[in-house]
Write a protein that binds this ligand. Structure first.
Ligand code: ADP
Ligand code: MG
Length: 262
């Protein structure tokens, strides 16, 4: 099939076409189709082992599909060298993965450095500012930071190459609820401000409902629900999605009852 050289402005920013991937006979992602519109904020939700990370890794070529293809900005991600591809997308890893022996500035600048460029001190300060950290943080080591600060460095690093697409794999998983809530809101604002397309993997349905425009639910390697938050709250998406929505809904109802009984 012909590949257009540049993205069609009306086409999806990212498209999974019948993608599958198995590990030693275990199906991680099964024949999945999905189109992600430019500028959308998509949450990918599902139980542990449902295939979320495997699906995300197909985009930045940390793991190619056995079958099907991933089209990003109008081209198969396998058509470009991984380094060129990774400049156009930012990736926040599950568990952050900062290099412990490198300063904050070196961690943030690792992408440009691998591409043979050096991020200037001004650029590092600008990226720190995006995640609301003072420029002085540039010389710190990762172990001198709180979990939330480390996670913000992970976001700054992902944004260093001015990506169009931001992929985040359980970015806030290990954080306390208050820090997590604050960072989620900050990332949503960055998404707007930088005009990004964002996909965030999370196992927390409340976080997905509150931050995303669209929620994809995975189960057993398949997307079993694909709905806006309001529709999920109104009961759409099927049993698995409703099972996940029931958790924050029941918590909210229990809190409301507790509050009313004061
Ligand atoms: P999630 O991110 O939703 O927790 P994953 O995509 O990591 O799920 O995993 C989906 C399935 O694929 C699981 O059964 C997992 O054990 C398996 N899997 C993922 N990565 C590997 C790997 N590198 N080697 C073997 N099995 C894997
Ligand atoms: Mg995962």
């Amino acid at each position: 099939m012909d590949q257009p050289a540049s993205p069609t402005p009306t086409g999806p920013h990212l498209r999974f076409e019948n993608v599958s991937r198995s590990f030693a006979g275990v199906v991680a992602v099964a024949a999945t189709d999905c189109a992600i519109a430019q500028g959308s904020f998509v949450a990918l939700v599902g139980a542990s082992g449902s295939g979320k990370s495997t699906l995300l890794k197909m985009v930045n070529r940390l793991g190619d599909p056995d079958q099907g293809r991933v089209i990003f900005e109008g081209r198969d991600v396998r058509d470009a060298p991984p380094a060129a591809l990774r400049r156009r997308l930012g990736y926040v890893f599950q568990g952050v993965g900062l290099f412990p022996h490198m300063t904050v500035a070196e961690n943030i600048g690792i992408g440009p450095r691998l591409a043979g460029k050096r991020a200037s001190a001004e650029r590092i300060a600008e990226l720190l500012e995006l995640v609301e950290l003072e420029p002085e943080y540039a010389v710190r080591m990762p172990h001198e930071l709180s979990g939330g600060q480390r996670q913000r460095i992970g976001v700054a690093r992902a944004l260093a190459g001015n990506p169009h697409l931001l992929l985040m794999d359980e970015p806030f998983g290990a954080l306390d609820p208050v820090t997590r809530d604050g960072l989620g809101k900050r990332v949503r604002l960055l998404h707007e401000r930088l005009g990004l397309t964002t996909i965030m993997v999370t196992h927390d349905m409340a976080e997905a409902l509150l931050l995303a425009d669209r929620v994809l639910v995975m189960d057993g390697g398949r997307i079993v629900a694909d709905e806006p938050p309001q529709a999920l709250l109104a009961g759409a998406g099927g049993d698995i999605a409703q099972g996940l929505v029931a958790v924050p809904r029941e918590q909210a109802a229990a809190l409301a009852r507790l509050d009313a009984a004061r």
